[in-house]
Design a protein around this ligand. Sequence first.
Ligand code: PLP
Length: 405
Amino acid sequence: MLIANPRAQRSAYPADLQAIMSVERAQESRRWLSSWQGIARQATPLRDLPGLAQQLGIASFSLKDESLRSSLGSFKALGAPVALVRQILRLHPGLDPAAILSGRYAEQLKGYTVISATDGNHGRSLAAAARDAGCGCQIVLHAQVSAEREQAIAAFGAEVVRIAGNYDASVEEAARLAQVHGWQVISDTSYEGYEDIPRDVMQGYSTIAAEVIEQTGTQPGGASAFSHVFLQGGVGGMAAGLASYLWEVHGAQRPRLVVVEPAQADCLLQSAIQGRPAQATGSVDSVMAGLACGETSPLAWKFLDPSVDHFMTVEDDAAIAAMRTLAQGVGGDIPVVAGESGVAGLAALQVLRGDAAGWAALGLDAQSRVLIINTEGATAPQVYAELVGEPAAAVEARQAAWLAR
Ligand SMILES: Cc1ncc(COP(=O)(O)O)c(C=O)c1O
């Protein structure tokens, strides 16, 4: 399903939003995180895939490869760690923010415990950051989170709590446990009375947009190098973090923004239809595990409602096809390991290619310069191998050979 958002604005970035998320604050988060051993020192690659662009009938297709952001395998390494740093600073304002994740204050933070629900990647990043800072970590997992995702979280020393319900139930359980035990929730989704920490998480994600702007040599206030940016949505935090940054930098010349979700977890599309944060209509169970969220983050919605031009849902089969496309590389393109939730933008484009009305509605044509964010690599390696038909290591080997040509 595809809908246009009648409330999308083309204007300067509004001051009320800038007071919540800003380029300045994003750059500060970026500086603080840059010395953490958990993320790559250099910017993630912005790959140009001309073979795929030609196949799609557009001028260019670019992919920001967040699978290489961190050994944690996803862009989520930019969110929870910086939110943890900012929360620790609220409690201990005198600490050096850049030294918190190097463990300098581990002794002081020993009795402090953080907790969050996750469908995998956020929890993995929080667990890694908590271990490095020296504090305790509890992670609440819902029934659909795979055993290999659980093991990856537990490997960082976090205690895992399993519940029978879905993602939204795990968010409630994390809040309840925090209340009972005096733990601090570090969540990537907001709810009533809880906005500062999810704001910090979203702001951390803005680094992706900051790097894209640097990598394309775009000037502040000038037009974006891209006509369209496809952003996948779970609770909406990643899309909001990038939309806010791109809007502040490009103003009225911002690119057209398209948010893509699984058909079964369409909370953002439903929010666009209803004009307020809403719940998904489907089963909230998708192969795109990171996007399988049933409730929109109200704080994220504040940014998405006025900035996203189109909302679209895709089926699981389309995601699997897109994973295979990127693993193979079209027409001599570099092969890319793209996980289930990483490919939503390409899945949407491939579906739209067979839908002339949808293609036109998005203003896609031979001049379009499209950017997608590959938000994860093979974060669940067994699932990846099953869906793509070969292990991620085989694709990585082809990529290495391509780069060495
Ligand atoms: C790989 C991946 N991509 C995208 C998202 C969506 O992010 P958000 O929930 O902030 O919308 C997630 C969320 O877990 C994810 O793990």
